[in-house]
Design a protein around this ligand. Structure first.
Ligand code: FAD
Length: 487
C-alpha cells in the first residue's frame, strides 16, 4: 500500500507544507512509498472564474513541483476531471487503484471545498484513512472567539488578540521540513507514476497574446524559490512600508499576494523571516516591532481574519454579502458605465489608471482596488458582484476570502479625486497608466475635465466623466437607505 498527499490550488509547494510533511512521516515510519496527486478540473476553474494569468501561474508552479518531487523519487500524478462534482469519486477511484491506505491534504475554507473534503471522508470507506490539516494561516480559522463564544468578525479586537497569541506562542511560526525521499527500493513500484504530464491551461483560459504571456510570466515568476526571493527582497525595504504603501506610484508593497494565494510560500516561513528581521522577535505589536513590520503584519492579519470569515459565514462564498441587508439593494443597469469601468475609460483618471494596471499586470495596488470597487457599486450603482467576478477573471492573486471581503459593500463612498491627490500626490501613477494625461502639470491631472479650459480638455483624447461624482454619491446614499432592510 501507499501513502498519498493530495495538493489543492492553495498549497502549491513542497516546503513547509503540513499535510505533505505528515504524509511523508507516515510513509517513512510505515515503510510505504509516498505519492502525490493533483486533480486538474478546468470546469472548477470556470466555475470560480479563475483568470488565465492565475491558471498559467498554477500550471507553471505544478511543473516546478513535479521536478522537485521527482528528485526525491516521489511522483506527482495529474488526474483530469471534467465535472467538478466528480472530483471526489475520481480521486477515490485512483486511491483504490493505487492501494492508498492514507490520504493527507490541507483545508480550503470555501464552502464547496469544505463539502468536497467531507465527501472525501464519507466516501473513502474503511480502507482509506483521511487526515486534513490547517496550513493556510498561523491561527486556525474558527478558533478566535468573542466573549460570547461567537467567531470574531471585527478586525481591531481580532488583531489585538492575534498579536498577543503570536507573541506568547512563537512556536506557531515553526516550519516543518520538506518530504523525505522515497527509498530507491520503491523505484519499480512507482515507475509508471512518473510520466503524467502537468496540466496546460484550457482553451478558454489562454492568454490573449504571446506578448501578454511573456509580460505576465516576467512580472510573476512562479514557484517557491521565486516567492522566497521576492520576500527576501521586500524585507530590505519593509522599514518604509508604513509610510509609502498607500502611494501606488512608489510600488512599495511586497507584491507577494499571488504567491500567498497559491500557497507557494507558507505563512509560517514568511513570518519566520519577518521575525528574524525583527531582532528574532515574534512581538509584532506597534510599539515593539521594527519600523514597517507592524504595518505589514497587520495586512497579514486581515488575510487570517478573512479565512475565519469565509469558514464561519459560508454564505460569503455563495455570492451573498456578509451583511445580508445589501442583498435588497436594487442595482442599476448601466452597460455603458460597466464597459467604461473595465476598459479604464470612465473619465476619472485615478479609476482608469487602476483598471489599466489590472489589465496590464493582472494585479492592482490595494488603494486602487478600494477606489475602483467603491466607484463601481456606489457611483455607477452596479451590482458589486459583477466587479467581484471581474476581479476573479483578471487577477493573478485571486483569493476568494480576500476578494469577497474586499468587495463587501459599505456606505463609504471614495472620492477618486481627493484619493488621488492624497495618495498619488505627484500624479505619477496616473501618468504611468493613463498616458493621454502624462504631459499635464499641477492638479489638472486629477480632474482634467473640471480643471482645464474646455479647449484644452478637448485636445486630450480623454473622455469626460461618465457620471457626476457628487450626484451619484447622493443617489447611492438614497438607494441604500431606501432598500436596505432585514430579511
Ligand atoms: P502587501 O501590502 O505587501 O500585503 C501583504 C499581504 O497581506 C498580501 O500579499 C495579502 O496576502 C495580504 N493583504 C494585504 N492587504 C490585504 C487586505 N486588504 N485584505 C486581505 N489581505 C490583505 N487580495 C488577494 O490576495 N486576492 C484578491 O483577490 C483580493 N481582492 C481584493 C479586492 C478588493 C476590492 C480589495 C479592496 C482588496 C482585495 N485584496 C485581495 C486585498 C489586497 O488588495 C491585496 O492582497 C494586496 O493589494 C496585494 O498586494 P501585496 O501583496 O503587495 O500586499
Amino acid at each position: 500500500t501507499k501513502v498519498a498527499h493530495w495538493f489543492h490550488p492553495k498549497d502549491l509547494r513542497i516546503q513547509d507544507n503540513k499535510g505533505l510533511h505528515h504524509a511523508s512521516e507516515l510513509a517513512q515510519s510505515s515503510k510505504k512509498p509516498l505519492v502525490c496527486v493533483y486533480i486538474n478540473c478546468p470546469a472548477d476553474e470556470s466555475w470560480h472564474g479563475t483568470s488565465p494569468a492565475r491558471v498559467d501561474f498554477m500550471c507553471e508552479g505544478l511543473k516546478i513541483m513535479q521536478k522537485e518531487l521527482q528528485e526525491l523519487n516521489i511522483p506527482l500524478v495529474f488526474l483530469e476531471c471534467e465535472d467538478r462534482k466528480k472530483i471526489v469519486p475520481t480521486v477515490i477511484e485512483w486511491f483504490k487503484k493505487q492501494n492508498v491506505s492514507h490520504v493527507f491534504s490541507n483545508f480550503e475554507y470555501e464552502i464547496d471545498e469544505l463539502r468536497r473534503d467531507i465527501k472525501l471522508v464519507k466516501e473513502s470507506g474503511d480502507d482509506i484513512q483521511v487526515s486534513i490539516y490547517h496550513d493556510q494561516t498561523i491561527v486556525e480559522p474558527g478558533t478566535m472567539m468573542t466573549g460570547n463564544g461567537k467567531p470574531m468578525k471585527i478586525f481591531t479586537p481580532y488583531h489585538k488578540k492575534w498579536l498577543a497569541i503570536i507573541k506568547e506562542e512563537p512556536e506557531l511560526l515553526d516550519t516543518v521540513p520538506p518530504p523525505t525521499a522515497n527509498p530507491s527500493s520503491f523505484k519499480k513500484e512507482l515507475k509508471d507514476l512518473f510520466d503524467t504530464t502537468p496540466p496546460k491551461p484550457a482553451s478558454d483560459k489562454q492568454f490573449s497574446s504571446p506578448d501578454e504571456k511573456k509580460r505576465i510570466r516576467k512580472l510573476w515568476p512562479p514557484g517557491h524559490a521565486a516567492a522566497s526571493k521576492r520576500m527576501d527582497a521586500f524585507l530590505k525595504h519593509i522599514d518604509t512600508y508604513a509610510s509609502t504603501r498607500s502611494n501606488p506610484a512608489l510600488d512599495s508593497t511586497s507584491r507577494m499576494s499571488p504567491y500567498f494565494s497559491a500557497g507557494m510560500l507558507s505563512m509560517r516561513s514568511t513570518l519566520q523571516k519577518v521575525s528574524d528581521y525583527n531582532n528574532s522577535s515574534a512581538d509584532f505589536s506597534e510599539n515593539k516591532a521594527k519600523s514597517g513590520v507592524y504595518a505589514w503584519v497587520r495586512e497579514i492579519v486581515f488575510r487570517e481574519l478573512y479565512r475565519q470569515t469565509t469558514m464561519c459565514t459560508p454564505h460569503t462564498s455563495m455570492n451573498l454579502p456578509q451583511n445580508l441587508k445589501f442583498e435588497f439593494v436594487q442595482w442599476e443597469d448601466d452597460e455603458e458605465g460597466w464597459e467604461k469601468w473595465y476598459k479604464g475609460t470612465t473619465g476619472e483618471p485615478f479609476i482608469d489608471a487602476g483598471m489599466r494596471q489590472l489589465a496590464a499586470e493582472a494585479w492592482m495596488h490595494n488603494r486602487l482596488r478600494m477606489n475602483v470597487s467603491s466607484y463601481l457599486y456606489c457611483n455607477l450603482l452596479l451590482d458589486y458582484r459583477r466587479g467581484e467576478r471581474y476581479f476573479a477573471e483578471t487577477l493573478i492573486d485571486w483569493d476568494l476570502s480576500n476578494n469577497t471581503q474586499g468587495w463587501e459593500p459599505s456606505w463609504t463612498v471614495f472620492n477618486p479625486v481627493s484619493q488621488a491627490e492624497k495618495n498619488d500626490p505627484s500624479g505619477d501613477y496616473i501618468r504611468k497608466w493613463v498616458p493621454e494625461l502624462a504631459h499635464l502639470e499641477g492638479k489638472a491631472i486629477f480632474a482634467p475635465y473640471e480643471r482645464l479650459p474646455k479647449e484644452e480638455f478637448e485636445k486630450l483624447e480623454y473622455p469626460q466623466p461618465h457620471v457626476n461624482w457628487k450626484k451619484t454619491k447622493q443617489r447611492c446614499m438614497e438607494r441604500f437607505k431606501r432598500d436596505m432592510h432585514d430579511a
